[in-house]
Design a protein around this ligand. Sequence first.
Ligand code: ZN
Length: 139
Amino acid sequence: MPTGFPIENHADLSSNYGSRIDPFTKLLTYHAGVDFSAPAGTIIYATGDGRIARTDFDRNNGQYIVIEHAEGFTSKYAHIKRFLIREGEKVKRGQAIAEVGSTGRSTSPHLHYEIAHKGMSINPMMALTKTSQLALIKD
Ligand SMILES: [Zn+2]
């Protein structure tokens, strides 16, 4: 399971997992990840060993990365400004993979971070808090 922190200053959690009011539509929607506010250009780290399954762009996620980890886990990083890796590359936990941006459906620079297991979304805070003593990726 990818248990590392995706960003160094992880204190700035701006939006939690679960139901919330969508900042664009003002409707109650399900937020399948967590958002970390950070200045544009802040480094994003791989939260576990794996392979870059995708570097892509769409209107919602902006530029985003999907990493495939062992045992069916995936992690996703959205609204990226700049990729520091390429699709297909192998990455280690704690490796710099991108820079924070505000691409796609985003009001200000932040990292939108998701974890899934076999396609089912998981609350990333469960993975993060479970190992919060150890998970600091600079360890
Ligand atoms: Zn988000």
